[in-house]
Design a protein around this ligand. Structure first.
Ligand SMILES: O=C[C@H](O)[C@H](O)[C@H](O)COP(=O)(O)O
Length: 230
């Protein structure tokens, strides 16, 4: 399910470029995933050198990593502002920066943090970029609404698949105690319209289309970083 085509070097370059925007005194949203992990480690190095920041984690995994890296943490409801959020993506539309997120099932908390942040920087590698979105959309659903949401997604032209756990029998259960339907809509010509339709479905907690939120996408390459300004 997750796109893993990029190299660690590409991910690290993108992440470290984004971390250049972190300044003393900031509250920083800490996304989830293998690319953002490089950013969290880089912020941890800066904290060890004396940088004063507080991080708002977006998942159990990002909280755990940030703790290991020595980053002081705060909960979202303890802050009035998030100055900057850094987060990865499963697919990035290069024309207007719409994203698909949630390959790690963290998109519900990520969307709250990324949308609330004054600046949202995306870190990615070239395997994530596309002219048009086509990655299946992760949809977090209340467990009791799994079948009704799946039926409505099918009516909308999508093909929903319950995300299965890899080292446990049964489904993936999110940090919020819900299930995930990966919904394949083929090529998505109008992400905003699909996002609106998914948001309206009773039982949907959050979907993985992040449209109109990112300020800049940093794409790490083999010899540098490409910036997509949005
Ligand atoms: O739920 C997970 C997040 O949305 C991740 O940011 C996304 O899946 C990208 O992760 P990675 O950098 O590991 O490809």
């Amino acid at each position: 399910m997750k796109t893993t085509g990029g190299t660690d070097e590409q991910k690290r370059r993108a992440a470290e470029r984004a971390v250049e925007a972190v300044e003393d005194g900031m509250v920083v949203g800490l996304g989830t995933g293998s690319t953002t992990a490089f950013a969290i480690r880089a912020i941890g190095d800066l904290v060890a050198d004396g940088l004063d920041v507080r991080g708002v984690p977006t998942s159990f995994a990002s909280r755990e990593l940030a703790r290991e890296c020595g980053i002081p943490l705060v909960d979202l409801d303890e802050v009035d502002v998030i100055d900057l959020a850094i987060d990865g993506a499963d697919q990035v539309e290069t024309t207007d920066g719409a994203l698909v997120k949630g390959g790690g099932a963290a998109h519900a908390r990520e969307k709250v943090v990324d949308a609330f942040a004054d600046r949202f920087l995306v870190v990615a590698d070239p395997s994530k970029t596309a002219e048009t979105l086509s990655h299946p959309i992760p949809v977090e659903v209340l467990p009791s609404a799994r079948s009704t949401v799946a039926a409505t997604v099918t009516d909308l032209g999508g093909d929903p698949t319950l995300r299965r756990a890899e080292k446990k029998d049964g489904p993936v259960v999110t940090d919020n105690g819900n299930l995930v339907l990966d919904c394949d809509f083929g090529t998505i010509d109008d992400p905003n319209s699909l996002a609106t339709s998914l948001s309206k479905m009773p039982g949907v907690v959050e979907h993985g289309i992040f449209a109109g939120l990112a300020e800049t996408v940093y794409v790490g390459t083999d010899d540098g970083v490409d910036s997509i300004e949005l």
